[in-house]
Design a protein around this ligand. Sequence first.
Ligand code: S3P
Length: 418
Amino acid sequence: MKVHGTLRVPGDKSISHRALIFAALAEGDSAVTGILQSADVQSTAGVLRALGVEIPELSSSFIVRGYGRHLSQPTTDLDCGNSGTTTRLMAGVLAATPVRATLVGDASLSRRPMERVALPLRTMGATIELPPHGGLPMTIQGGELRDIEWTSAVASAQIKSAILLAALVSNVGAHVTEPFRSRDHTERMLAARGGAIRVSENHVYLAANSWLKPQDTVVPGDPSSAAFFAGLAALADSGEIRLERVCVNETRIGFLDQLRLMGTRVTEIDRRPEGGEWVADLVIAPNRLAATLVRESHVPAMVDELPLLACVATRAEGETVITGAGELRVKESDRIAAVVANLKAIGASAEELPDGMRIVGSDRPLAGRVKTYGDHRLAMAFGVLGAASGNAIEIDDQGCVGVSYPRFWADLAASHSA
Ligand code: S3P
């Protein structure tokens, strides 16, 4: 298989959610350009609209008129679809808003753990009801909150952001510590909008009475979407692919670092600041692939790319071991069980670990049908593996990519040839 061409992947999903939320909470107009137009981001837009925010239909460029922190009592449940980011970030906003609201979602989202945000938000003073299994529906009675100093058991930008948003809306202070630094888009966007935020390694402090001014956002390309094409290039026999305007924020590019360690040629061109984030063009070309080791400290910067790394590892020489990645069990699917079961189903050598997995690479053809469990990242990771020479992989549900990358299959087809 040969990779070729130049591709601009869609806008970053994490930044897109936050662009809408911060535009809604500021007083005045914020232009949003290059937003990801996918089901997850539509969920955030829908929830904000149900709270009285005027958000036009998502398009390549539009304006959100924010009226400050004055959200209105919703008249329906707030449907977060498949989106954990919508649920957890909006839980933070709602905890500080004097309304009663119920967040609901699809079957996958409804199973995911919400106590991790409910606990700190209750500590701040919100009333939050969860069902016994700890997932959705989550009912929040928000109001005035108090300062918080919170140490999170897991490195999670969603937990950190929920606390920061609750503190921002309630005009109180927050200090959040995580075991390892997770993606920092909330901190960057707060700082760009005048928030009194200070970051020191894995500690974040937001001062009380932080001010939020409207600010335009130009959304860079999503490194988690770009990763699929970097993985495709790593698995190719020849050629190179160029990915334009990808966000290369250091809290997001662990997958590229691992690919380099495995031998793939990854070149960053014209690294430049754009709208408070670093972006670059990437050129990726194949080379002999060697196995790699992923430890807990590596996980936050590549948490969504681990299923893809496991797929690439099937073609690497030696044994790839991923540990410290227990969070994968509570993503859109149990990504440890699902990835390993699928790898075995297509003939690869893989084994589950309690907090990760082990994959032994080979050059034997991999073939069979893969179950996505409705998980977009599984569909795309195995789609990429299926494009590698000799492989024949069928994906049971191609449509689930609409959550983060609706035109993925067309971009994949256009990026390689036999
Ligand atoms: C996200 C944070 C990550 C990631 C998710 C998006 C965000 O989740 O997996 O796809 O935008 O904050 P955690 O914060 O739970 O690790």
